[in-house]
Design a binder for this molecule. Structure first.
Ligand code: MLT
Length: 265
C-alpha cells in the first residue's frame, strides 16, 4: 500500500505490474481489497492501480458530501501523480458511478471502460431518503448495523449458502469503513446526476458486467448501458449478486482479461 497526498487528502492505493494501465474503483462501502483477485491476475500483463476512494479504506474522510465528481477528480489527481495519462477505467457499483463521472469530466483520459454491477440512472426520491437514513444510522450506530442491513441484498442467495468466506470478506470490508466516510459517500451518491443521456457520448470500448441476481443494480440497468453505449458488450454472471467479482472471480477475470486482450494497443 502507498499513500499520496492529492487534493488535500491522504489517498491510499495499491499498485502492481506494468503495461497498459488499468485503474479499478471499488463500490460502497468497500475498499481497494475488493479487487484482490483481479490485481493478482492483471498484474502479469498490466499496470494496475486500485485506490481507496475518499472516506473508504485507508484514505482520509473529507468534509461534505463525497460526490462522484469529487471522487473522480481525486482519481484524476492520483493518476497525474503516477504519470498515468489514459488508463482503462473500471468501477463496480459506486465505482461505476465514479467511472462515468470521470468519463464526463475527462473523456480523453479514458482508454476503455469496465462498468460492473452499476447503473447510469440517478436515485429516485425514495432512494435519496433511504440514503440519508442510512447515513444517519451509520453515524449513530456504526458500520455493524450497515453490514447487517446490506449483506442480504449485496450477495446472491447461492453465495450466502455456499460461500461463507465471500460473505465474511464483504462484511469485513464494510466494517473497515469509517461511518463518516460512509455517510459522506451516501450523501454524494444521492446527489449524483442521471447519466443515461450521457452514455451515447462514450466512444471507447466498454465492457458491462452484472450478476444475474444483482438486486441493487439489476441486469435491466446493465441492459440500458449496453444499449446506449455504442459497441459495448454485456456479460451476465449466472447466480452472482451485486459483488460479482468477489462472487465469481474466475468468470469475472476471464471476461475482463479477454476484453483487455482485444483492445487496440
Ligand atoms: C455499491 O455497491 O457501491 C452501492 O451499493 C451502490 C449503491 O448503493 O447505489
Amino acid at each position: 500500500m502507498t499513500v499520496r497526498r492529492v487534493r488535500g487528502i491522504e489517498m491510499a492505493y495499491e499498485e502492481a505490474g506494468s503495461g497498459v494501465p488499468v485503474v479499478l474503483l471499488h463500490g460502497f462501502p468497500f475498499n481497494r481489497s475488493l479487487w484482490r483477485e483481479q490485481i493478482e491476475v492483471l498484474k502479469d500483463t498490466h499496470r494496475v492501480v486500485a485506490p481507496d476512494l475518499r472516506g473508504h479504506g485507508e484514505t482520509e474522510v473529507a468534509t461534505g458530501p463525497a460526490t462522484m465528481e469529487e471522487m473522480a477528480r481525486d482519481v484524476a489527481a492520483l493518476l497525474d501523480e503516477l504519470r498515468i495519462e489514459r488508463p482503462v477505467v473500471g468501477g463496480l457499483s459506486m465505482g461505476g458511478y465514479v467511472a462515468l463521472a470521470f468519463h464526463r469530466l475527462f473523456p480523453r483520459r479514458v482508454r476503455a471502460l469496465l462498468l460492473a454491477d452499476t447503473r447510469a440512472q440517478a436515485d429516485t426520491e425514495e432512494g435519496k431518503r433511504a440514503r440519508e437514513e442510512t447515513a444517519q444510522r451509520a453515524l449513530a450506530e456504526g458500520m455493524t448495523a450497515i453490514a447487517d442491513a446490506m449483506l442480504p441484498k449485496l450477495l446472491a442467495h447461492t453465495t450466502h449458502m455456499k460461500h461463507p468466506e465471500a460473505v465474511e470478506r464483504v462484511r469485513e470490508m464494510i466494517l473497515a469503513t469509517k461511518p463518516e466516510g460512509a455517510a459522506a459517500a451516501l450523501r454524494g451518491m444521492a446527489e449524483r446526476r442521471d447519466q443515461t443521456n450521457y452514455l451515447a457520448n462514450i466512444l471507447q470500448p466498454t465492457l458491462v458486467v452484472v450478476g444475474s441476481e444483482d438486486q441493487l443494480t439489476p441486469p435491466a440497468d446493465s441492459e440500458v448501458m449496453r444499449r446506449e453505449i455504442r459497441g459495448s458488450r454485456l456479460e451476465v454472471f449466472e447466480g452472482a449478486g451485486h459483488v460479482s467479482n468477489v462472487e465469481r472471480p474466475a468468470e469475472f477475470n476471464a471476461a475482463l482479461t479477454k476484453f483487455l486482450r482485444d483492445l487496440q494497443p
